[in-house]
Design a protein around this ligand. Structure first.
Ligand code: DAH
Length: 348
């Protein structure tokens, strides 16, 4: 037993030295398995007790238990110390340095076209107009028939209109090329009087160039009441031009044709760039075409169940992208739709 006792004592000293040198909880765990586990010298010594006479076994057993007890105690306390130190280290490493400057998120802004769309809408809202929406995929009925557009009208040609495959009629559904069908949808749902604007996206089979894009935006306007005349149209739209471009703005109306208005007109305004003397922006005429408008055709009122003998009205449609282009002197309409932030950031 002296042999075993001496061996175990040496083992204890060695284990205590290694315990003192250990720097991490993981090392303590490994050491514990090594000195107290089932393959350890202590476990072996315990197994060896079996063959000893009673008195010797009792004494040796006590010696082994004392050593094992001391080691277990030291392992526990050293593990606790190291765990505390490791935790402190982790906390120190995790500390948030609130003196570091933050990373500011990039500030966004509405697209210029959307800003102008809202601005124009607001001008009419201030006059008492309501805002309504309509679908971008529209039926031929609302887009053409109810707007007094005859079956053979060139606007219906597939070369101009983007038809959508839906239902049995190949020309039954289309991507709207104008916001005018909202007039019909709104009047079907509301009795007169009507003071309506409807901003939205429209689609045309146009090739992209300086002043055309296949997707653009319009605001539709409609005023229906008793005794509405062309003079009301002129006053309202001149007011709009002066609020949008400035008080010195002049407007003129040129005869035009639209199926859903009679008479129909194009409104021009003095070129904002040259104030009417003629320049590159206006092509030398001093005038810029702003919108289409006219007095609502009685056929449209009939289509929605209004009595053309008791109500009258005017309507207009403004291209928003062109308005933004004109006022800000943007040379190419396509800049609005290119993903180049350098263009858009100028209009925050
Ligand atoms: N819808 C026409 C277009 O896209 C614009 C227009 C003209 C709308 C006259 C109207 C109007 O409401 O009365 O070219």
């Amino acid at each position: 037993m002296d042999d075993v006792g001496a061996r175990l004592q040496g083992l204890e000293e060695e284990a205590l030295a290694r315990l003192a040198a250990a720097g991490a909880v993981a090392e303590i765990d490994a050491l514990e398995r090594e000195v107290l586990g089932s393959a350890s010298a202590i476990a072996q010594a315990r197994r060896g007790l079996r063959g000893l006479p009673d008195a010797e076994r009792r004494e040796a057993g006590r010696a082994i238990n004392e050593i094992a007890g001391r080691l277990a105690e030291r392992l526990v306390s050293r593990r606790a110390d190291l765990a505390t130190a490791e935790e402190a280290g982790r906390l120190a490493g995790d500390r948030l340095d609130i003196t570091l400057p933050g990373r500011a998120p990039a500030r966004g802004a509405a697209h210029l076209v959307m800003q102008v769309l809202e601005e124009v809408t607001d001008i009419f809202v201030a006059l008492g107009y309501t805002v309504a929406d309509g679908p971008e995929a529209e039926t031929s009925y609302y887009h053409f028939d109810a707007l007094n557009t005859p079956p053979a009208h060139p606007a219906r040609l597939e070369s101009d209109t983007l038809y959508v495959e839906h239902g049995p009629d190949p020309e039954g559904v289309l991507l709207r090329a104008q916001t005018s069908p909202v007039q019909v949808r709104y009047m079907e749902q509301h009795p007169p009087p009507v003071y309506l604007v409807s901003p939205g996206r429209v689609f045309r089979r146009d090739t992209m160039d300086a002043t055309h894009t296949p997707v653009f935006h319009q605001i539709e306007g409609l005023a229906v009441d008793t005794d509405v005349t062309f003079a009301d149209l002129k006053g309202t739209l001149a007011h709009f031009a002066r609020v949008f471009f400035g008080p010195a703005q002049q407007v003129r109306f040129l005869p035009h044709f639209f199926p859903f208005t009679e008479p129909s007109a194009e409104m021009h305004t003095t070129c904002f760039a040259c104030r009417g003397s003629g320049c590159r922006v206006c092509g030398g005429s001093g005038w810029i075409e702003l919108l289409g408008c006219g007095v609502v055709d009685p056929a449209v009122f009939e289509a929605v169940g209004y009595d053309p003998n008791t109500v009258s009205g005017f309507a207009f449609g403004v291209g928003i992208d062109r308005l933004a282009q004109i006022r800000h002197g943007v040379p190419e309409l396509r800049y609005f739709f290119d993903p180049d932030l350098r263009v858009l950031e100028q209009f925050r």
